[in-house]
Design a protein around this ligand. Structure first.
Ligand SMILES: [Cu+2]
Length: 557
């Protein structure tokens, strides 16, 4: 909940011997909270992985963005979190930037796909005054979205996280992963919340679902089908954890790239007990490069696709009673009144304004990634891998990930910029993730995008084949070292990431200066002075803090 900071201590209890990994995965980890408003040291992607036998403390701020500019005195009741009963605790910041459906996952550079595939991830819900997780409490702020009523806030009886993924197994039934394939990793086994062929008993009433695509490389297109194969309408209420201004009635969800989250409402009240509804994937892949074809619901249901993850992934079964998960022992019945609501307006639009500057970030494939320097990769990478994936800023030089290189530098808090993420082409698609702040989607291929994207706040954008996306962004309050990267985690590991340096923290603190690069080792951390790409820094910016950064560097332990 907003306003209640959390220290999350992650213990690394993995074997100290790297070879004891059953063929893939790295025994070092950093946990990225996607896409919370946290300081860089707690973002989990600032080259801060830690080793077996150690722990790392993440300060999860639960701060609301723009608290330095908007509603600074915390007088707006919509900018709030639930208290221990049914009241609210106001927080400073902009209620239009409240977030909901988030997640956390491993972000060990060069090994993220292998570690996340092994299960190092989880869903996280943020609760706020408007998005309270209580469907009956009426106080003029609470939207009363389907959730439940037994707890003051955070009910999950009718508000359910669904993590969609795919996996492959070896002959012994263990997870299989090809560490040599840099195109992408496709599984042939569909999973929801890591269960195979799952079903879920629901009452004939409204439910909210929070769908996360947690595949390594697979894009999804999900829709619901009744027993006759007809689409079941849904109401789309949030994109990447950000409420839309107006709920959209759809017959299927939009295509969902890796790491994208879609929240939607299904009203099962028209069904009778015994009915069954399938959640169906319509999108066919042939490889990890990009989705190949969007099938009709009828074709997807036929089960004739050569892609085994096309077709039903989850079955809803309408029942007369279920046991509460919020208060175990309480029986919830189909005859209970459903007092939940889906209001016509969920939040307010943040306007698009004239930017201070624009940037072009191109995600391509030059085949000559420069992650490996004379002393190896930063951080260390697999011994023999090469790096086909590169990122180019403002049309200048192409680079693959090096944690000691700053590709984008943000000089000042609160400056509004317009960024274009462009796909370098070649028959690939890339879902690109920006850490720490959300962008307001303005253009797709230079045109107004469809309603599920247009003016929506997002933190992952599918670029489309040879496509582009333009969004409005500003950074503030915290600073330090963050990244943007492809969330096809295989592309990410080979090494389609670029470091972003924010000088947007409180003036005079380390979060307002260029961060010396932490280099974690088994014996401690040493710091190096990062290189700054000239095209990554705004024109006229000079690094007066560089001397300080050099003073702060330290010898290798
Ligand atoms: Cu990619």
């Amino acid at each position: 909940r907003y306003g209640e900071p959390i220290v999350t201590r992650i213990y690394n209890d993995l074997p100290t011997d790297r070879a004891k990994n059953n063929g893939f995965g790295r025994n070092e980890t950093q946990l990225h909270f996607h896409n919370a408003h946290n300081g860089a040291e707690s973002d989990g992607a600032a080259n801060v992985h830690h080793f077996p036998g150690t722990f790392y403390d993440y300060r999860w701020s639960t701060a609301l963005a723009r608290r330095d500019k908007i509603n600074t005195q915390a007088g707006d009741r919509r900018a709030s979190g639930p208290d221990d009963n049914t009241g609210l605790v106001n927080v400073a910041g902009d209620f239009r930037e409240l977030q909901g459906s988030m997640w956390a996952h491993d972000h060990r550079f060069f090994f993220t796909a292998e570690n996340v595939y092994k299960g190092n991830l989880g869903a996280i819900n943020y609760y706020s005054g408007p998005d309270r997780g209580n469907e009956e409490l009426s106080d003029g702020v609470n939207l009363r979205l389907p959730s439940g009523k037994l707890l003051g806030w955070g009910n999950t009886d009718f508000d359910v996280n669904l993590i969609f993924s795919d996996c492959a197994c070896d002959a012994g039934g263990q997870l299989y992963f090809d560490i040599f394939d840099t195109d992408g990793m496709l599984g042939d086994v569909p999973l929801v919340n890591f269960g195979f062929a799952p079903f879920f008993e629901v009452l004939p009433r409204k439910y909210r679902f929070r769908a996360l695509n947690a595949c390594m490389s697979r894009f999804l297109k999900l829709g619901l089908a009744d027993a006759k194969g007809n689409p079941v309408p849904i109401k789309f209420i949030a994109n990447d954890g950000n409420l839309v201004v107006t709920p959209l009635t759809l017959t299927a969800l939009p295509v969902q790239g890796i790491a994208e989250r879609y929240d939607f409402i299904v009203d099962f009240s028209g069904f009778k007990i015994g009915d069954r509804i399938q959640v169906v994937n319509h999108l066919r892949h042939e490889d990890g490069r990009r989705p190949k074809e969007e099938l009709s619901l009828a074709r997807a249901l036929k089960g004739t696709s050569e892609d085994p993850v096309v077709g039903p992934m989850l079955e809803f079964r309408i029942v007369g009673a279920v046991e509460s998960v919020d208060v175990p022992g309480v029986i919830l019945r189909s005859t209970d009144p459903d007092k939940s609501q889906v209001p016509a307006t969920l939040t307010e639009q943040i306007p698009i304004v004239t930017p201070v500057r624009t940037r072009l970030v191109e995600f391509g494939r030059s085949g000559t990634g420069d992650s490996r320097g004379p002393n190896g990769c930063t951080p260390d990478c697999g011994e023999t891998v090469n790096f086909p994936w590169t990122i180019r800023i403002n049309g200048e030089s192409s680079h693959s990930m090096n944690a000691n290189r700053i590709s984008l530098l943000i000089p000042k808090a609160g400056e509004v910029e317009h960024w274009t993420y462009k796909n370098g082409g070649g028959g690939w698609d890339h879902p690109i993730h920006l850490h720490f702040e959300e962008g307001i989607t303005m253009l797709r291929n230079g045109q107004t995008p469809g309603p599920t994207e247009n003016l929506q706040r997002k933190d992952v954008w599918r670029l489309g084949e040879s496509g582009s996306v333009t969004f409005q962004i500003q950074f503030g309050e915290f600073g330090g070292s963050y990244v943007n990267h492809c969330h096809n985690t295989v592309h990410e590991d080979f090494a389609m990431l670029a470091r972003i340096q924010l000088l947007t923290g409180v003036a005079g603190t380390p979060q307002a200066a260029v961060t010396p690069t932490p280099n974690p080792t088994e014996y401690g951390v040493y710091f190096t002075t990062p290189e700054i790409l000239p095209e990554g820094a705004p024109k006229g910016w000079t690094n007066t803090q560089q001397v300080q950064a050099q003073l702060n560097t330290s010898p290798k332990p």
